[in-house]
Design a protein around this ligand. Structure first.
Ligand code: PEP
Length: 253
């Protein structure tokens, strides 16, 4: 697990291809100077095709979702083969914004198996909506991991990336992100769950990322204390300069 990862989730942004190309070009420049860190950009499907054909190496491209069936009549959906053909290497799955729109654990489970079968890398998003004093949020995390990995073998789980994204920290100000200390506790817990499901060695071979209001200002503390292998970044990834700061921090650490 030597690779550090910084992933951009552009969500439904930016509004024009021209702007998408401009941001990707800026990220490519920073990524070229920070080669110890793998940088993956997940644009909208519409922009993905052009951006990945332009290339922007060493950036890799990822998708924000995929449909859970391999093929068939599914109006408005995008298949894994289409994404593979477009040059995608990673797929974000189970993002809280998709779960909030009705994506179930069964959907996530199905999609993970599909993605692994096609030898792409699933980025499994997990995260509690809120933190309660009784520690119920830990069960939320445990169940999300157990449900998503139900059909995943020990050999395959090592090919997955887990992104811990507490819903309460997404889309907030940098001050509202998790503290490094709380994140460290959570990464230990995630590894314990993985260890119980597989074994300790396997648990430590799965990269765990953090996502939720990461900025150029808070990335250093969160990364150094949190025991994560990188970040999944939303808003700050739309600003190549700000995102570049995050990439450099991770790369230097
Ligand atoms: C996200 O939604 O995946 C995310 C991390 O967003 P933000 O960085 O804007 O909180």
């Amino acid at each position: 697990m030597n690779t550090k990862l910084v992933i951009a989730n552009w969500k439904m942004n930016p509004q024009t291809l021209r702007e998408a190309k401009r941001i990707a070009g800026g990220i490519k420049t920073v990524a070229s100077k920070n080669r110890k860190t793998q940088v993956i950009v997940c644009p909208s499907f519409l922009h993905l095709i052009t951006l990945s054909s332009v290339g922007h190496k060493p950036i890799s491209y990822g998708a924000q979702n995929v449909f859970c069936e391999k093929d068939g009549s599914h109006t408005g959906e995008t298949s894994l083969s289409m994404l593979k053909d477009a040059g995608v290497s990673h797929i974000i799955l189970g993002h809280s914004e998709r779960r909030a729109k009705g994506e179930t654990s069964e959907d996530v489970q199905k999609k993970i198996s599909l993605v692994l079968k096609e030898k792409l890398i699933p980025i499994l998003c997990i995260g509690e909506a809120e933190r309660d004093m009784e520690g119920e949020y830990l069960s939320v995390i445990k169940n999300e991991i157990k449900d998503a990995l139900k059909d995943v073998s020990q050999a395959n789980v090592k090919k997955i990336v887990i992104a811990y994204e507490p819903v309460w920290a997404i889309g907030k100000t940098g001050e509202e992100a998790i503290t490094g200390r709380d994140l460290h506790e959570m990464t230990l817990y995630i590894r314990k769950v993985l260890s119980d499901l597989y074994n300790q060695r396997t648990a430590f071979s799965v990269p765990v990322l953090y996502g939720g209001s990461v900025t150029g200002n808070n990335a250093k503390d969160i990364f150094s204390e949190g025991e994560v292998q990188g970040f999944l970044v939303g808003r700050a990834s739309l600003d190549a300069k700000e995102f570049g700061k995050i990439i450099s921090i991770v790369n230097k650490a």
